[in-house]
Design a protein around this ligand. Structure first.
Ligand code: AP5
Length: 220
């Protein structure tokens, strides 16, 4: 089971990928989380990617592709993976396809979570993230049980610097120019599943699981 999750910043990729990974017993690989971990470590990769993330720009393809393909080869789940935030350019999608072909594998489904721009801006404006496990919360739609603390690990919640309004505007601009064309790429390959992401978190999750599993008419 090899799944790609597509959607604009704030569409709920991280929120839903965690649910799908747990329910289907597959690996959740999030490029943004890997970059934030590197930035926190402050190593060479971290310093390089931090500058791009702070400006709302994409990290160069060669850096992302190398990191994700290495992470995929180290995946410990025999059942497969869900990719959250990768691929984000045509070059990344083609590199992923080529790499999987070498082991006679392929992406089976690309799920696109569709959300209006107005709603994306609202979600990113109220998002809180766990400093340790990176679980996302929202101050209004999904607040933590204890203010400022993660329900899962108890660590501190913070606002991502790239959720500042001017950086959100840049990220959305970059998304529509560089990443949205991947919707057509996967549609043409007959792999696209479109989900209405503008409903409650649980409702979106149920539709997503149903679209992927045999019980709901999906393949798995
Ligand atoms: P990344 O971390 O991947 O950010 P993103 O794609 O911009 O996506 P987000 O994490 O902002 O949103 P999400 O869709 O996961 O939404 P979430 O579930 O949190 O990337 C960050 C940066 O890293 C990039 O800008 C780039 O610089 C770099 N990068 C990463 N991958 C790269 C790549 N492949 N190539 C190049 N550069 C790369 O939800 C958002 C909020 O909404 C939360 O508060 C949540 O609680 C709430 N919410 C979720 N669902 C619902 C719902 N149904 N109803 C109401 N609220 C909801």
């Amino acid at each position: 089971m090899r799944i790609v999750l597509l959607g604009a910043p704030g569409s709920g990729k991280g929120t839903q990928a965690a649910v799908v990974a747990q329910r289907l017993g597959i690996d959740h690989i999030a490029s943004g989380d890997l970059f934030r971990e590197a930035a926190n470590r402050g190593d060479e990769l971290g310093q390089e990617v931090k500058a791009y993330m702070e400006k709302g720009l994409l990290v160069p393809d060669e850096v992302v592709i190398k990191m994700i393909l290495e992470r995929l080869s180290a995946s410990d789940s025999a059942r497969g993976f869900i990719l959250d935030g990768f691929p984000r350019t045509l070059e990344q999608a083609e590199a992923l396809d080529r790499s999987l072909e070498q082991s006679e594998g392929k992406i089976e489904k690309a799920v696109y979570i569709k959300v209006s721009t107005e709603e994306l801006v609202k979600r990113l404006g109220g998002r809180l993230i766990c400093r340790n496990c990176q679980t996302p919360y929202h101050e209004i739609s999904s607040p933590p049980k204890v203010a400022g603390r993660c329900d899962l690990c108890g660590d501190e919640l913070y606002r991502r610097p790239d959720d500042a309004p001017q950086t959100v505007r840049k990220r959305l601009e970059v998304y529509f120019a560089e990443t949205a064309p991947l919707i057509a790429y996967y549609r043409e390959a007959g792999k696209l599943v479109e989900i209405n992401g503008e409903r409650g978190i649980e409702e979106v999750g149920e539709e997503l699981i149903a679209a992927l599993t045999k019980e709901g008419g999906g393949d798995f």
